[in-house]
Design a protein around this ligand. Structure first.
Ligand code: AKG
Ligand code: FE2
Length: 161
């Protein structure tokens, strides 16, 4: 289900219970700037740290804030994306509200000059939100070179244009 508040979509995700271990979402990075998640009292969200999956303790009174690829690019790599997935519970249906924050469509994503210097060269080229979304839809990459792959794709696209 997709609701819109201004240009910012909120999605209600319902994971119906399944008897066997099933993935609700494949491991992925969010293309957003930030994703704000509100989870009900059923656990299911997991993050990959040092090659191990850890469950995020569910807390109805808290939000989980995920850094997306756009934020990683705008911070010139200082803030890191985190691979995550949702697993389906075998006893209870789980509900999660996801609030996806994207840059305005026509804004160029570029890090502030303060974050770029000799020791911290530009990691990613300028891009727009819609270009990153197009890439994410076409190539669902869940590896740490996600933004690098996007940069290469963007270059090829610009050469073609
Ligand atoms: O259901 C969740 O808690 C996570 C959903 C998610 O990662 C996403 O929609 O990008
Ligand atoms: Fe996600």
């Amino acid at each position: 289900m997709l609701h819109h508040i201004g240009s910012m979509p909120i999605r209600e995700i319902i994971y119906h219970k399944k008897p066997e271990f099933t993935l609700g979402t494949e491991p992925h990075y969010d293309p957003t700037s930030l994703t704000v998640l509100h989870q009900d009292s059923v656990s299911g969200l997991q993050v990959l740290v040092d090659n191990e999956w850890y469950s995020i303790r569910q807390n109805f009174n808290a939000f989980v804030v995920n850094i997306g690829n756009t934020f990683m690019a705008v911070s010139n790599g200082r803030y890191k994306i985190c691979l995550h997935r949702a697993v389906v519970n075998n006893k209870t249906t789980r509900k999660s509200l996801a609030f996806f924050i994207y840059p305005d469509k026509d804004k160029v994503v570029s890090p502030p000059t303060e974050l770029v210097d000799y020791n911290n060269p530009r990691l990613y080229p300028d891009f727009t939100g819609p270009a990153l979304l197009e890439f994410t839809k076409k190539h669902h990459r869940a590896d740490t070179n996600n933004l690098h792959a996007f940069s290469m794709w963007l270059q090829d696209k610009n050469v073609e244009a």
